[in-house]
Ligand binder design. Sequence first.
Ligand SMILES: C[S@@+](CC[C@H](N)C(=O)[O-])C[C@H]1O[C@@H](n2cnc3c(N)ncnc32)[C@H](O)[C@@H]1O
Length: 362
Amino acid sequence: MTHEAVQPTVDPARAQAFVGTMTNIMNGGALALMCSIGHKTGLFDTMATLPPSTSVEIAAAAGLQERYVREWLAAMTVGGVVDHDEATATFHLPREHAGLLTRAAGPLNLTTFCQYVGLLGQVEDEVVEAFRNGGGVPYDRYPSFQALMAESSGQRFERTLVRQIVPILGPVGEALATGIDVADVGCGSGRAMVILGEAFPASRFVGIDMSETGIERARGLAAERGVANVRFEVHDAAALHHDADFDLVTTFDAIHDQAHPDTVLRAIFEAVRPGGTYLCVEPSASSHLHENLDLPMAPLLYTVSTMHCMTVSLAYGGEGLGAAWGSQETVRRLERAGFVDVRIERVRDDRSNTYFVARRPD
Ligand SMILES: C[S@@+](CC[C@H](N)C(=O)[O-])C[C@H]1O[C@@H](n2cnc3c(N)ncnc32)[C@H](O)[C@@H]1O
């Protein structure tokens, strides 16, 4: 019996539409890099303070080279980020856009996330190598990761931690004022503990991370802000040497990139006092891919996962859970570690994360 080759039919309209999709992908990736430059150079912050201005005036106000600024302004104009008036040769950053592009916008400043595109580009060839041969890219191949993470999560913590996150904790949140023991596992550069230490002087705070760079930055921050009730430890979360020492343990985006997340969850369970609370904060996603199609930043999430979160886990012989492991799987693993009464909470100014509040039984 002979098989005739079946020529798949091509829908020309779909093919044509996909030209548009690919064009948007290429332009979006390119503009993300230019937005990152706009953030790092302070151009967005400068433009937010200026009336419609020429490239010469903008470059002078920002203290930058005019030729580069002019080319950047061209990219921002065709990308729809800044307005351009041909007659006066001026450029202007609309207020509506400044609210998502400047340091003054705090956690709404999306340019901090744009910096991940360049950061991930630095390890692209190593990730490709891992696609072929397995393994992963270890943390030390991302030299600026701790600084970038500190910037993106730090602006969020300053806005949300005391006013929006503590209230979802219930009684243990109220007890912060009277004096409890708190640990933040995978604390990175330590901003969360420093902010809570300042706000709740009667409580005691410990930040734990295996990154010496992160802990060095954390100790520097605590010293700079003069908080005496916060200390930091360089330690592997999979082998926590704490036994029922804390009334509250937190993790902020620190479980999904673990080599052995279940071991860490169990170690956290042991570190929480009976009746104590664990706050696990993880990227908002469903554990089912088809339910993430409408998630606004899902492409960024899966990309950061592939090129950082998942690959760092695999680099240490880990599970490679991935950043989009999702709510269903998080609850399942929290319960498997022994936690009960897992509540799912949302925080107003942090739409990209889901907050799981769990309890160790009495
Ligand atoms: C995505 S970062 C989050 C940092 C911080 N919580 C924040 O929100 O800015 C994850 C952190 O977990 C730390 N980490 C990963 N595996 C760890 C382990 N086994 N023990 C301790 N820290 C770990 C990393 O060094 C990194 O600082």
